[in-house]
Write a new protein. Structure first.
Length: 324
């Protein structure tokens, strides 16, 4: 899928950036940071666990439902965000890979950032880390500035190489990350593919200042391995459903100075469970995440979404089939 980077929102498109890779191939995204949230002109998001939250729409059963416009379900969005923060999540990525931003207007994107930020502040989470997703096009810098004004701390910029060799026949080498890491305002990279060798070559590169350039994994199914080679952050869709499990796995690995056999066995067990559950994300994507959030956590309804994602998972007979 894509490479990703992190830049600084109230300046230029090349300000505070995190550069990374998504999917089986190498491609790109960019993180841009806002003046309100960042501690310094080139600060990276705090290490920890982040989630690309799904976007909620008003359900079909609601009096506000309009089949032509499919209004945003901002109250459900805020409630889900508060649940995640209270579960130990470090920060939220709005309008990311599972956020259906391609179906939203720019005004709707900004409204979502504003509403979530305000709800978190009222709930006692003022200046909570928020990352805003965006594509790479002529409107990117303007959108990032608007996101910063709305309260986003960073911007995740999906570069033109998304889906890598399927679109531009090019995949990014570790040397490109080395060059990007040297930029004073590029503060990290996100890789969401399974090539652990590439992960290691970037994370262990002695020419990269890893105190300033942090690496993100976008796959919870390889969290154990990614942390072992030097990653400090994860952004994973499973967190929308089971945040505490992934947070517990991360904390066991990062807060245990000398891991005994019992702790290691527990880490392996949790990684196994997380990896198995990630198959739901792999198979059903955003649709699966939204239905699982509705069924497990009772936030939102998948039937209110915009086409082509306005449907339930086909798991058997009836609405959504048999849920196990």
């Amino acid at each position: 899928m894509s490479d990703v980077s992190l830049v600084d929102v109230n300046v230029t498109p090349a300000a505070n950036a995190i550069w990374g890779n998504n999917g089986s191939q190498h491609s790109c995204r960019l993180y841009h940071s806002s003046g309100r949230q960042r501690a310094s002109p080139s600060s990276h998001p705090p290490a920890g666990i982040y989630i690309p939250v799904p976007t909620f729409f008003v359900p079909a059963a609601s009096k506000e439902y309009n089949p032509l416009t499919h209004l945003l379900g901002l109250d459900a969005q805020a409630s889900h965000a508060l649940h995640l923060t209270r579960s130990g999540i470090t920060g939220l990525e709005l309008l990311g890979s599972t956020g259906e931003a391609v179906y939203l207007t720019r005004m709707e994107c900004i409204a979502q950032i504003n509403h979530v930020g305000a709800a978190l502040a009222v709930g006692g989470y003022k200046d909570y880390p928020l990352i805003a997703g965006t594509a790479t096009n002529e409107e990117m810098a303007e959108f990032l500035n608007e996101s910063a004004a709305a309260g986003a701390g960073w911007g995740l910029v999906l570069a033109l190489g998304y889906f890598a060799t399927a679109t531009i026949t090019t995949k990014l080498s570790p040397s490109i990350f080395r060059a990007l890491a040297a930029h004073p305002n590029i503060v990290g990279g996100k890789l969401s593919h399974g090539d652990i060798s590439i992960h290691a070559q970037i994370a262990l590169d002695p020419e990269i200042d890893h105190s300033k350039f942090h690496l993100f994994t976008g796959l919870g199914q390889q969290l154990f391995l990614a942390l072992q080679v030097g990653y400090s952050v994860a952004i994973d869709g499973l967190l929308a459903i089971f945040p505490k499990t992934v947070v517990h796995l991360y904390n066991l690995m990062t807060r245990t100075k000398a891991m005994d056999q019992e702790t290691l066995d527990r880490v392996r067990e949790l990684q196994y469970r997380v990896s198995c559950m990630e198959e739901l994300i792999v198979k059903f994507g955003t649709v699966g995440i939204k239905e699982a959030v509705a069924r497990v956590l009772s936030f939102g309804e998948p039937d209110g979404g915009r086409l082509l994602l306005a449907r339930w998972m086909h798991m058997g007979s009836g609405r959504g089939g048999v849920w196990k």
